[in-house]
Ligand binder design. Structure first.
Ligand code: CA
Length: 227
């Protein structure tokens, strides 16, 4: 069985083209024309990845993204936003709502397929390493994609998890925004430095009172406290 990918898009042509292409690539696509229908179907089948259009009738793609990110059951679901607007503001809003990546319309199907593949590959890789990393009371399990401290489990998105995993590899080492960008988005594309700050801010928020772990190195980047 292929990996389950949901496409939420009210433009029929795009919806059909994407579903066909995904099927051809060996995935199991399911198409939805609005967010409410998608949410209803997700109750029975949690998708591995959701391709989510921003502008939808009724619930917007951004609203649906927030709902999914607020629900533990979708913590391992990757979200790829489609947006017709290409401003940095919108990209940041999408990432802020918990999206893992975004593609600006109009796009080439081939480019989108490459992004889909990359997002799914990252989730699988993290799941295959099967190791538990520890730093003081902090723990991170790449087999279950969970991280936390003591009995507390952080509610992280796949991107936030990978960010924490990157930082925890070398406690004390400073990572520049550029290095974090390359670590999180290795594909050849231009993600703004600002995206790193957005994800760091969200990660800290999720870590709650344990946010002192991630330190800002002014003018350089970020590092994990070394105990
Ligand atoms: Ca639309």
């Amino acid at each position: 069985m292929g990996q389950r990918i949901a496409v939420v898009e009210d433009e029929r042509d795009i919806l059909e083209t994407l579903c066909l292409s995904l099927e051809r690539e060996g995935y199991e696509p399911a198409g939805f024309e609005d967010g409410a229908a998608a949410l209803l179907a997700f109750r029975d089948r949690v998708p591995e990845l959701v391709i989510l259009d921003w502008m939808l009738p009724g619930m917007s793609g951004l609203d649906l993204c927030r709902i999914l990110r607020g629900d533990q059951r979708f913590s391992r679901t990757a979200i790829l936003m489609l947006t017709a607007r290409g401003t940095e503001m919108d990209a940041v809003a999408g990432l802020n709502a918990g999206a893992d990546d975004y593609v600006v319309k109009p796009f080439r199907t081939r480019e989108l397929m490459a992004r889909v593949k990359a997002l799914l590959r990252r989730s699988t890789q993290a799941g295959d390493q099967q190791s538990l990393k520890r730093l003081g009371t902090l723990w991170l399990d790449t087999a279950t994609y969970r991280a936390g401290t003591g009995d507390t489990v952080f509610d992280l998105t796949p991107t936030e998890f990978r960010l924490l995993e990157l930082l925890i590899r070398h406690p004390g080492r400073v990572y520049t925004r550029g290095q974090i960008l390359t670590g999180l988005w290795p594909d050849d594309r231009a993600v703004e430095d600002r995206a790193v700050d957005v994800h760091i801010a969200r990660l800290r928020e999720k870590m709650g009172r344990d946010d002192q772990w991630v330190e800002t190195v002014r003018g350089v980047g970020y590092r994990m406290k070394s105990e």
